[in-house]
Design a protein around this ligand. Structure first.
Ligand code: NAP
Length: 248
């Protein structure tokens, strides 16, 4: 099935590396103009340059998504420049793992603000132009651990479970304006985030996954791209696990 995009504009956070980069490139291949956001100007700049080199349209902007004032300003500037942003992919995320009794308040706050509050900031400021235009797609990148929990990741699991609740609330709030909001919950995906896993641990995880491999960033990009397309018009408020069958 080929997907329809009608020359939309998308904003993808965390587009400098890993899953966000794959999503930005996949949307651009479908004719979408992509605004690539990351923390460092170098990483989002490299993604935007790769998209342009491949014949697509992209802009890079370094924004700390955990900083509400910075997101508010960036969103206003981008709406002024692009008129409207039709697609928002809230993907930027970090981990600061540790068992609860050893988890510092800084690690708790950093994960909650980067992985959850950021989605509130972007959705609030970009979502308005979608509701006014009566068309929009929002995809939030959650995690299977937001559904099942994981020892040593209380901050991350709380943020991802919160993001799933946020997704469903926004789906209900925005539905009357034909704006959909869904979540994708990846399992273990090969990116910088999981690169620190010792090979034995990665092998053990693979053996527990029904499809017997870790995921690729492209696996998440495929599902996200579909959810952003015209063809996904009748899907909202859902959580799609893309995890090789880990959670079922
Ligand atoms: P990654 O390779 O570590 O890349 C993270 C991206 O987020 C980078 O581009 C980074 O910017 C950006 N970012 C982090 N903090 C930011 C901030 N404060 N402001 C702006 N940008 C920021 O991560 P990934 O594995 O692709 O993960 C992407 C998303 O998928 C995350 O939400 C993660 O929780 C989720 N996820 C991943 C997995 C997995 O197995 N990898 C599993 C489940 C869910 P810089 O490039 O500038 O550093």
């Amino acid at each position: 099935m080929s997907l329809t995009f009608n020359h939309r504009t998308a904003l993808v956070t965390g587009a400098g590396r890993g899953i966000g980069k794959a999503i930005a490139e996949s949307l651009a291949k479908n004719g979408v103009t992509v605004i690539c956001i990351s923390k460092s100007a170098d990483s989002c700049g490299a993604t935007a340059a790769a998209i342009v080199a491949a014949g697509g349209k992209a802009k890079a902007l370094a924004v700390d998504v955990a900083n509400g004032a910075a997101v508010t300003k960036a969103a206003a500037d981008l709406i002024a420049e692009f008129g409207t942003i039709d697609i928002l992919v809230n993907n930027a995320g970090i981990t600061r793992d540790g068992l609860l009794f050893r988890m510092s308040e800084d690690d708790w706050n950093a994960v909650l603000s980067t992985n959850l509050s950021s989605c509130y900031y972007w959705t609030k400021h970009i979502g308005r132009s979608m509701t006014q235009k009566r068309w929009g797609r929002i995809v939030n990148i959650a995690s299977v651990v937001g559904l099942m929990g994981n020892a040593g990741q209380a901050n991350y699991c709380a943020a991802k479970a919160g993001l799933i609740g946020f997704t469903k609330a926004i789906a209900k709030e925005f539905a009357a304006r034909t704006v959909t909001c869904n979540a994708v919950a990846p399992g273990f995906i090969k990116t910088d985030m999981t690169a620190a896993l010792p090979p034995e641990a990665a092998e053990k995880i693979s053996s527990l996954i029904p499809l017997k491999r870790l995921g690729e960033a492209a696996d998440i990009a495929h599902m996200t791209t579909f959810l952003c397309s015209e063809e996904a018009a009748y899907i909202t408020g859902q959580v799609f696990t893309v995890d090789g069958g880990m959670v079922m």
